[in-house]
Design a protein around this ligand. Structure first.
Ligand code: ADP
Ligand code: NI
Length: 217
C-alpha cells in the first residue's frame, strides 16, 4: 500500500467509527479539519502524511464521550495504524498529536507537553472549526445535546478555569464563547490560520451583539 492508499483506508476507518458520533464531532467535522490542515500545511514545513493521518484520527474517541478517558483515542489510532503497517515513529507522533492537541490540555502546565509543527497545523485546523459560523452551530448543537440553557444572565462565564472545572462545567452555551471560543484567535500558531481566524472571530462578535440585543428586547 502506498501513502495515498493508506490515507484512503484511514478515511474509511474513521468515517465508519464516526457514523454514530455526536454531530458536532462527526465525520463532517473531521473532513473540514483535514481540508483546513492541508491548506495550512502549504505555508509550513511539515510532514504532510503525518498531518493528514492526525487530522483524520484526532476525534475518533473524544474523552468527553468516553468517561473522561483520554487514552482511548490514541490507543484506537495506534491499533488501526499498526493494522495498515505504518512506521512506528509515525504512529508515536500521531498518537502524541491526538493526546496533546486538545484545548483542555492547554489549561494546565504545558512544560511537559509534546509539541511539533505537525501538531500545530492540526490544532489550528481544529480550532478554526470551533469558531465562526460553523463554530456557533457546533456549540449550540453540543449545548442542545447536553440540554444546556442557551443563556442565563445569572450564571457568568468563568475564564481561566482549571482543566477539571472546564470539563465538569454545565454552564449555559453562551458562556462557552467567553470561556473558550473568543480566546482561540490569539492561540493560533500558523500565519494561515491566524488570517482565517480574524473573519470568523469578528463574525462571532457580531452574532453575540445581535443575540444580546434580541434577548434584552
Ligand atoms: P477540545 O477538543 O479542543 O478540548 P472540546 O472538545 O471541548 O475542545 O470542544 C469542541 C467543540 O465542542 C467546541 O468548540 C464546541 O463547539 C463544543 N463544546 C465543547 N464544550 C462545550 C460546552 N461546554 N458548551 C458548548 N459547546 C461545547
Ligand atoms: Ni476536533
Amino acid at each position: 500500500m502506498n501513502e495515498k492508499e493508506k490515507i484512503t483506508r484511514t478515511k474509511i476507518f474513521v468515517q465508519d467509527i464516526l457514523a454514530e458520533a455526536e454531530k458536532g464531532h462527526d465525520w463532517s467535522h473531521t473532513l473540514r479539519v483535514y481540508t483546513n490542515a492541508l491548506l495550512i500545511s502549504k505555508g509550513e514545513e511539515v510532514d504532510a502524511f503525518v498531518v493528514q493521518l492526525a487530522a483524520l484520527l484526532h476525534d475518533i474517541a473524544d474523552s468527553k464521550f468516553h468517561n473522561g478517558n483520554e487514552e482511548v483515542g490514541p490507543l484506537k489510532a495506534r491499533n488501526f495504524l499498526q493494522s495498515i503497517s505504518i512506521d512506528q515513529e509515525i504512529i508515536a507522533h500521531v498518537e502524541n498529536i491526538i493526546r496533546y492537541m486538545s484545548f483542555k490540555n492547554t489549561l494546565e502546565d504545558q512544560s511537559a507537553a509534546f509539541s511539533s509543527p505537525e501538531l500545530e497545523v492540526v490544532r489550528d485546523a481544529d480550532r478554526l472549526d470551533a469558531i465562526g459560523a460553523i463554530g456557533i452551530a457546533r456549540t449550540f448543537h453540543f449545548g442542545g445535546y447536553k440540554n444546556r440553557s442557551m443563556y442565563d444572565p445569572e450564571i457568568p462565564p468563568q475564564v481561566n478555569q482549571s482543566k477539571e472545572a472546564y470539563k465538569k462545567s454545565s454552564a449555559p452555551t453562551i458562556n462557552h464563547f467567553y470561556e473558550k471560543l473568543l480566546l482561540l484567535k490569539d492561540m493560533m500558531h500558523t500565519p494561515t490560520a491566524k488570517k482565517l481566524a480574524e473573519e470568523r472571530h469578528d463574525f462571532m462578535l457580531t452574532f453575540l451583539e445581535q443575540f444580546f440585543k434580541e434577548w434584552n428586547g
